[in-house]
Every structure is written in structure tokens, then in C-alpha cells.
Ligand binder design. Structure first.
Ligand code: SF4
Length: 373
């Protein structure tokens, strides 16, 4: 057994141990954990500093998960199952697919979009791998496969390699991407052996899930450094959550710390409308405020896209604070910067006369009523 498997075995998975270690009354959360499994690795446990802190909230079950019955919430709010042509595969966007190879994760995030199945037994079977390969071989428009949670790094190297090898044999698949929470919650899983195996399947990218600056530690830095040294470009994904990271300063520290360990901030997600997660949702204004507080106030490298994964399978939609583009016509664009100063950018004159390239109907744009520098 490898060290990471031993670490995993030491995790808190039952309510009696949870009560003993963290003092959460077993009876309060027994039904919740029966429905939505729990796993808290020793590493994540060591990061909890006090009851109700940002790490605690992400992994410790509460009875609130059973109260959430708002009509807008669903077990599968993104309609992934509707877009699944073969087991394990979701094909929503024109040129890329999402692949789930296991239902296991290092921790079970209480806000997870896939609460409906993570933690239940299940790994991609050889039969289903064959079906996935057959589907992808026929679909020449697909050029990008995203391995997503359950966490792909939870399977042993041999099994992960079997899947990577099968996909790499399909010539039109250009890019493979792994979405994982492992480096931040079970860093011992990132071994030299894993990194040297992954290296053979470039171009391979990784998006790592982090939600709070306290998740960035020397152990995590070491794990991310090993992946980066294996030539894997690293991006991050963060879920905006009430009481965890819905604060511009907290988010800024997270993004800056990520960059410092060679992880490029990629997405901040508005929380999905998942049944049992109502208590994590924030208003969208908070996300916009956070992006406004990042833009210009720190390196552009540290500013991720803020997206809402539209309910019912609408896909990811990036949203931006509106006030940066004040006005645009054939001759000029007027912009506002992070200090609320406005600037005029002249449009180039087209060879056929006035510039007519803008696809955005000019009438839709706001008219300038502020002083331009
Ligand atoms: S690691 Fe990802 S897939 Fe797994 S429980 Fe957390 S959010 Fe869900």
C-alpha cells in the first residue's frame, strides 16, 4: 500500500469518529451522512483551526444539507445525465467532453455539484471504457477530454494510465485535462511515480480545486511544484461560498498564493443550484464585487474568469462587472479603469471608410455621460 492510500484509510468517514474528533453530535448528522458520504483526510483535518472555519465548512456535514428544498434546486442541476451518451461521459460543448472515471474523492465537499453520486461505489469498468473509446473515436469534432470529479487521481496509477493510453490512441484528441482536488486535500498522492507516468501523456493540463488561502501550505506547494516540474500547466477552480471565501480580501490572497505556487487562477464558479447546498450560495453581486476588487488591484495573472454554470445544461457563462465599457461607436471606445478613471481609445479607420466591424449593435451600448480624460 502506498503512503497516500494509508493516509486515506485514516480519514474520518463515520459520524461516531466525527463526534469523537470534532465534537459534532453523531445524531445530528447521521441521516445526512447516510445520504451524502463524508471523508475528511488527516491532512485536511490538520488544516481545521477552529469550529466553523473555512476548511471545516467545506468538509463537515451539517443538518442544513437536509433542509434545502428550494424549488430551484435539483440533484443534477446542470442536466449532465441528459447529455451523457455513454456511462461516464458528458458531451455538452461542441469540441470537448467530460469524463468521470470514479465516484471516489479524497474529501466529500459538502457543496459538490455531483453530490448525487460522489462517494458511492463505482469506477469506470473495462466495458464502459470501451464504449467511451468507441464514442470518442467516432466523434472527430471532440479534441479535448476533461477528467472530472469523482476525482480522477483517486484511482491507482495503473488504472489511470490505462484510460490515458486508450484516449491517447485516438488521433484527433489533442488535449487531456484532469480536474482534481487531490493536491490540496491529499498531497501525499502526488508522487514521483505518478508524475513520471503523467508526463508520457502530454499535452496534459490540470485544474486544481482550491477555495481558501489556508489551503495553500508547504505540502501543497511541494505537490504542485512536482506537477509543474512534470511539465503540466496548472490552473485553479474555486467555488464562491458564503462564509468561506465571499470576501474580496480572502479571494485576493487565495489567487496570489496560487500564482506563487505556479497555479494560474482560472475559474471562480458561482455555486450551482444543487439540492442540499442552499446554505453555501451567495448573491451574484458578491462575485462581481470580488472580480472588481481583483482587476487592476493585483496582477492580471491572478484574475480568474467568474462564471455561472447555467442551470439545465446552459453551460458556463462568464460574467464581468459591466461598468468597464462605457461607450463604443465607429470612432472610439470609452473605458473605465479600476480607479474609476475614464479613457478614450480611438478605433482604427477601415479602408472602406468608417469602422463597421463591431458585431455588438451600437444602440445596445450605454451612452457616455461622464467626463473623459
Ligand atoms: S472533490 Fe470535486 S467532485 Fe469530489 S466532492 Fe469535492 S467538489 Fe465534488
Amino acid at each position: 500500500m502506498e503512503q497516500w492510500q494509508k493516509d486515506l484509510k485514516e480519514s474520518i468517514v463515520d459520524v461516531e469518529t466525527l463526534e469523537k474528533v470534532l465534537g459534532v453530535p453523531a445524531n445530528e448528522v447521521r441521516d445526512i451522512v447516510d445520504q451524502y458520504p463524508m471523508r475528511i483526510t488527516p491532512y485536511v483535518l490538520s488544516r481545521i483551526k477552529k469550529k466553523g472555519d473555512a476548511i471545516w465548512k467545506q468538509v463537515v456535514p451539517t443538518s442544513e444539507e437536509g433542509n434545502s428544498d428550494a424549488a430551484c434546486e435539483a440533484e443534477d442541476p446542470l442536466y449532465e445525465e441528459k447529455d451523457s451518451p455513454v456511462p461516464g461521459l458528458v458531451h455538452r460543448y461542441p469540441d470537448r467532453v467530460l469524463l468521470v472515471i470514479t465516484n471516489q474523492c479524497p474529501i466529500y465537499c459538502r457543496f459538490c455539484t455531483r453530490k448525487r453520486f460522489v462517494g458511492s461505489p463505482g469506477t469506470l469498468t473495462p466495458d464502459n471504457l470501451e464504449k467511451v473509446v468507441a464514442y470518442l473515436s467516432e466523434h472527430h469534432e471532440v479534441r479535448d477530454v476533461i477528467f472530472s470529479g469523482g476525482d480522477p487521481l483517486m484511482v491507482v496509477d495503473m488504472l489511470l494510465e490505462r484510460v490515458l493510453k486508450a484516449l491517447r490512441a485516438i488521433p484527433h484528441l489533442e488535449i487531456l485535462r484532469i480536474g482534481t482536488r487531490v493536491p490540496g486535500s491529499l498531497p501525499s498522492r502526488i508522487t514521483e511515480k505518478l508524475c513520471s507516468m503523467l508526463k508520457a501523456y502530454h499535452p496534459l493540463y490540470m485544474n486544481l480545486h482550491f477555495n481558501h488561502p489556508d489551503e495553500i501550505t508547504p505540502e501543497v506547494s511541494r505537490a504542485c511544484g512536482m506537477l509543474a516540474d512534470a511539465g503540466i500547466p496548472l490552473g485553479s477552480q474555486t467555488v464562491l461560498m458564503e462564509g468561506v471565501n465571499d470576501d474580496p480580501e480572502v479571494m485576493k490572497r487565495l489567487m496570489q498564493k496560487l500564482l506563487a505556487i505556479r497555479v494560474k487562477p482560472y475559474y471562480i464558479y458561482q455555486a450551482d443550484l444543487v439540492k442540499g447546498t442552499h446554505h453555501f450560495r451567495t448573491r451574484v453581486e458578491k462575485g462581481l464585487k470580488i472580480i472588481a476588487a481583483l482587476r487592476g488591484h493585483t496582477s492580471g495573472m491572478a484574475v480568474p474568469h467568474y462564471v455561472i454554470d447555467a442551470p439545465q445544461g446552459g453551460g458556463k457563462i462568464a460574467i464581468l462587472p459591466q461598468e468597464t465599457l462605457l461607450y463604443m461607436d465607429d470612432e472610439e471606445v470609452v473605458l473605465k479603469n479600476y480607479e474609476n478613471l475614464t479613457f478614450r481609445y480611438p478605433q482604427p479607420v477601415q479602408s472602406n471608410g468608417a469602422g463597421k466591424e463591431a458585431d455588438i449593435p451600437l444602440a445596445m451600448l450605454p451612452h457616455l455621460d461622464t467626463k473623459v480624460l
